[in-house]
Design a binder for this molecule. Structure first.
Ligand SMILES: [Cu+2]
Length: 226
């Protein structure tokens, strides 16, 4: 039984003590909006647990991900990948895109490529990468690179659930692009933790334009020309 459990964990690409009790971590994320408006984009919030549960290694289901470029948007807007894993950017638009990031965690420039083509890049370190298109200023993508398998996207109603979390102490991160990240220490027993309530504050957020890959402002007309 012990060996079988260890084998299973190995197959999932997780390094962890196999005998610990596992539970579910569940709760609700709320975003405090200016004027107390309802949040429209809760599915772009991410919750993950770092700590005792083990770290992801190569061979996990989070090794590779894709972000489509379609309708001048990155889909999904927020993507999760293992730190050290790669994300492909297939171009499904009838015109060219140039995906790049100037992130301090790992800058890259995939160059200009046409419809039907796809290029991929590795996200070497854990953290949040802002990814853009050098042609279309409004295209914005966030890649959340994690070292942990205990990660999930929040549901549209703000609820979230991470199953199979081994008992232990974790740092729980809740991220959304319009708010400061929430990080708190949580101790999870054998049956998990329910009813967690996390509020992210987006009331002071203001959208700021980002520079192009050369660090320059986008030409005003260029964003909509293609
Ligand atoms: Cu583009």
């Amino acid at each position: 039984m012990v060996a079988a459990a260890a084998l299973l964990w190995g197959a999932l690409g997780i390094v962890a003590a196999p005998l610990r009790a596992q539970g579910t971590v569940a709760g609700t994320v709320r975003i405090l909006e200016r004027g107390a408006k309802a949040s429209k984009d809760l599915t772009n919030a991410i919750v993950y647990l770092e700590g005792d549960g083990g770290t992801l290694r190569a061979g996990s289901a989070l090794d590779n991900a894709n972000v489509d470029m379609k309708g001048r948007e990155f889909v999904p807007h927020v993507q999760i990948v293992r730190a050290g894993g790669s994300v492909g950017y297939p171009n499904k638009d009838p015109f060219s895109h140039n995906v790049f990031s100037n992130s301090a965690l790992g800058a890259f420039d995939l160059g200009l490529y046409r419809t039907g083509a796809s290029r991929a890049t590795v996200f070497p370190k854990a953290g949040v990468y802002e990814v853009y298109c050098n042609i279309h200023a409004r295209m914005v993508n966030f890649v959340i690179a994690v070292n942990t398998p205990w990660v999930t996207r929040v549901n549209a109603d703000g609820t979230f659930q991470i199953k199979g979390v081994p008992a232990g102490t974790y740092r729980m991160h809740v991220w959304h692009e319009r708010a400061s990240e929430s990080v708190q220490t949580v101790t999870i027993g054998g049956v998990g933790v329910g009813g967690m309530a996390i509020a992210l504050d987006a009331r002071t957020f203001t959208a700021a334009p980002h520079p192009d890959k050369f660090g320059k402002a986008y030409a005003a007309t260029r964003a909509d020309r293609y």
